[in-house]
Design a protein around this ligand. Structure first.
Ligand SMILES: [Zn+2]
Length: 340
């Protein structure tokens, strides 16, 4: 079978490898059908000096597929059933896992496709516990965006920031994979959405997705415009994943007591915080990473109800790198899918 393997920084090789053994007790074997690409794939591909990683490594952090075989005691799935996989190798027995908060697992063995072997291969054995059925009417292409892109946003907006209907939210970098999902999810619950994008073409696309106000951050100051759009009150929630120099601007546009939730730092990981502003304005800042299995189930249910991902580009497995280049170029609007 095929396995797309990272052999050194920025060096991928499509290898022919032995298929996995039949699934053991508690496991299922999944035939991978689609991957969705994330910034995490890009970081892994470029190399991260401080990350403890297995090399060489099979890439692919987010995927969907079909059940190919069942472990001897597994009765909750059937062969041929469409599924998605949870990408964190969590223990399943610690307090956090038992409470359904897998992204806070105390003994996590790593993120698949980043720390340990991932999903860019024809067949993969998984603990049945980490596999989620795809409901009727959801394509495997769309479902591939559930475990990270959709579930991360679901976790950020609703578990952490506790976004409520009628609130106003600023979605930073609305054209990105998770930005497009955030716009759609916030609109679906009746929020007013302000979003930032880097060019006018993306602005039109963000508008078409339902964003109420779109700001081109290269030609306008989002801080000034957001305050103007909210009659100087500021927004209830900021959806952040950019970091860098814009982070303080994101705090500045919050109303008193507002919530900022972040899951990324694509423009830089370090910022200087004004603590006086933080406590006087009673801001709440949430760091968010990954998602729970329930977030994945909820995401798939939203897809079944018509809240589908925006797909920018589909490439075959052999052109995985072209997909990454699309994300790196920042021309991307929505998700990049790798098909098998
Ligand atoms: Zn655990």
């Amino acid at each position: 079978m095929r396995a797309l393997t990272l052999i050194a920084d920025r060096q991928l090789e499509l290898r022919d490898v032995a298929p996995p053994a039949p699934p053991a007790a508690g496991e299922v074997q999944v035939r991978v059908k689609a991957l969705a690409l994330n910034h995490l794939d890009l970081w892994g591909f470029r190399g991260m000096a401080f990350a403890k990683r297995q090399m060489p490594q099979i890439v692919g952090v987010e995927a969907s597929g079909e059940i190919a075989a069942l472990g001897p005691d597994v009765t909750s799935f059937r062969v041929g059933q469409p599924v998605v996989m949870y990408g964190g190798k969590t223990c399943g027995v610690c307090k956090a896992c038992i409470e359904g908060r897998d992204n806070l697992c105390e003994n996590v063995a790593g993120i698949m496709g980043f720390h340990v072997n991932g999903f860019a291969r024809d067949l993969v054995n998984m603990p049945a516990r980490l596999v989620v059925p795809v409901p009727n009417g959801v394509s495997l292409r769309d479902a591939a965006c559930a475990p990270i892109a959709f579930a991360t946003v679901q976790h950020m907006l609703f578990d952490n920031a506790k976004l409520r209907p009628g609130e106003t939210i600023l979605v930073q970098a609305g054209g990105s994979g998770i930005g497009t999902v955030a716009i759609k999810m916030a609109k679906a619950v009746g929020c007013t959405v302000i979003t930032t994008v880097g060019d006018d073409e993306k602005a039109a696309k963000a508008k078409a997705l339902g964003a109420d106000h779109v700001i081109n951050y290269n030609t306008e100051r989002f801080e000034t415009l957001t305050r103007k759009l909210t009659n100087k009150k500021g927004v209830d929630v900021v959806f952040e994943h950019v970091g860098g120099e814009g982070f303080n601007g994101s705090l500045l546009v919050l109303k008193r007591g507002g919530r900022l939730v972040t899951c990324g730092s694509t423009a830089g990981p370090s910022v200087t915080l004004n603590l006086m502003q933080l406590f006087q304005q009673q801001y709440k800042i949430f760091g968010s990473f990954g998602a729970t299995l329930q977030n994945i189930r909820d995401s798939l249910a939203k897809m079944a109800n018509g809240l589908t991902p925006v797909i920018d580009l589909e490439v075959p497995l052999a052109e995985f790198e072209r997909g990454l280049a699309r994300i790196e170029s920042r021309k991307v609007f929505g998700k990049v899918i790798v098909t098998f």
